[in-house]
Design a protein around this ligand. Structure first.
Ligand code: C2E
Ligand code: MG
Ligand code: MG
Ligand code: MG
Length: 292
C-alpha cells in the first residue's frame, strides 16, 4: 500500500542519512588526529609568468595522507575542516609549513618566489589572524613580500568594515592578497573598490569553455582589462591546453597556473624544478606539463 511504501522509503532515507552522518563523523574524528599524527603535507603548483616563461609564484595545496583511505582530496576534507572549525589549527600549520619551506628554498640559493596560501573564511575571521601571520613570518624568517594569501569573494558577504580592517593590516605588513576563484561567488563587484588587494585569480570554469565559446572569451578578456585598470595582477587558473595559454596571452594575462605547465608537486620535486631554473617555452616549443 501507499502507506507501506511511504514508510519503507522513509526508512531507506533514514539509513542513507545515518550512513552519511556516520561517514562525516568518522572523517571529522580522523581529521582531529591528523595534525598530531603528521598526516598532512603540502604540494606546490607553479604559476608561470607568460612574459618570461618562468616560475613567478607557487600555490601551496594541502594534502591529507589518511592511514586507510590514502590521499584524501581537499575537496572532501576542507569542508569538514571548515564546519568543525578544525580549519583554524590546520590552516595555521599550512601557513607555517609553506613559509618555512619557501624560506628554506631561498636560503638554499634557489630563485625567490612568492608562495600563495589559501585562507578559509573562518581563519580570516579569526580574531588573531593578523597576529598569527606576523608571528609565523617572524618565526620562519620569511619576508612578507614572499607570502600571498588567497581569499574568496565570499568574504565580501561578511562584515565589510571588519574585512577591510584585516586586509589593510595585512597589506600594511607587506603581505600580498589575491581573490581566488574569481567570478564564481555571489558577491557584487562593489568590494573591488574598497578592498586592498593585489591580484585576481580567474576561476578554472571560465577557462574550460574559452576555446570553443566566444562569450566565455569576452568575459575573460573583460575581467583582465578591469583588473589591470584597477591596478591588479591577473592569474588564470586551470589551463590545460596550449590554446588557452595563447588566448590568455593575447588578453595580456600576467600568470597562468595549470596542468599545461605542471600539476601540484611534492616539495622535493618542486625544489628540482626551481633548481633547474626551468623556463616554460610555451610559445613555439612544448611546455613542461605533467609532473615536471
Ligand atoms: P584552489 O585554491 O582554487 O586551488 C586550485 C585547484 O585547482 C587545486 O586543486 C589544483 O590542483 C587544481 N588545478 C590547478 N590547475 C589545474 C588544471 O589545469 N586542471 C585541473 N583539473 N585542476 C587544476 P586541489 O589541490 O585539489 O585543491 C582544491 C581546493 O581545496 C583549492 O582550490 C582550495 O579551495 C582548497 N584548498 C587546498 N589547500 C587548502 C588549504 O591549505 N587551505 C584551505 N582553506 N583550502 C585549501
Ligand atoms: Mg587557491
Ligand atoms: Mg582557485
Ligand atoms: Mg577552488
Amino acid at each position: 500500500s501507499v502507506k507501506e511504501n511511504g514508510r519503507s522509503s522513509y526508512q531507506f532515507y533514514n539509513t542513507a542519512m545515518a550512513k552519511k552522518t556516520y561517514e562525516r563523523l568518522a572523517l571529522e574524528r580522523d581529521l582531529r588526529l591528523a595534525l598530531e599524527r603528521k598526516e598532512f603535507l603540502l604540494h606546490y603548483q607553479p604559476q608561470i609568468g607568460l612574459e618570461t616563461g618562468m616560475v613567478g609564484g607557487i600555490e601551496a595545496l594541502l594534502r591529507w595522507r589518511h592511514p586507510e583511505r590514502g590521499l584524501v582530496s581537499p575537496e572532501v576534507f576542507i569542508p569538514v575542516a571548515e564546519e568543525s572549525r578544525l580549519i583554524v589549527p590546520i590552516g595555521e600549520w599550512v601557513l607555517y609549513t609553506a613559509c618555512k619551506q619557501n624560506k628554506a628554498w631561498q636560503d638554499a640559493g634557489l630563485p625567490k618566489v612568492q608562495v600563495a596560501v589559501n585562507l578559509s573564511i573562518h581563519q580570516f575571521q579569526h580574531a588573531e589572524i593578523v597576529d598569527t601571520i606576523a608571528r609565523i613570518l617572524r618565526e620562519t624568517g620569511l619576508s612578507p613580500q614572499y607570502l600571498e594569501l588567497e581569499i574568496t569573494e565570499s568574504i565580501a558577504m561578511h562584515d565589510v568594515e571588519q574585512v577591510i580592517r584585516t586586509l589593510q593590516a595585512l597589506w600594511d605588513m607587506g603581505v600580498n592578497i589575491s581573490i581566488d576563484d574569481f567570478g564564481t561567488g555571489y558577491s557584487s563587484l562593489n568590494y573591488l573598490k574598497h578592498f586592498p588587494i593585489h591580484r585576481l585569480k580567474i576561476d578554472k570554469s571560465f577557462l574550460d569553455d574559452m576555446v570553443s565559446n566566444a562569450k566565455e572569451r569576452e568575459i575573460v578578456a573583460a575581467i583582465i582589462v578591469m583588473a589591470h585598470s584597477l591596478g591588479l595582477q591577473v592569474t588564470a587558473e586551470g589551463a590545460e591546453s596550449l590554446e588557452q595559454v595563447h588566448i590568455l596571452n593575447g588578453y595580456r594575462c600576467d600568470d597562468v597556473q595549470g596542468y599545461i605547465f605542471s600539476q601540484p608537486l611534492p616539495a622535493r620535486a618542486f625544489a628540482e624544478l626551481l633548481e633547474k631554473r626551468k623556463v616554460y617555452y610555451w610559445s613555439g616549443k612544448a611546455v613542461g606539463g605533467g609532473r615536471g
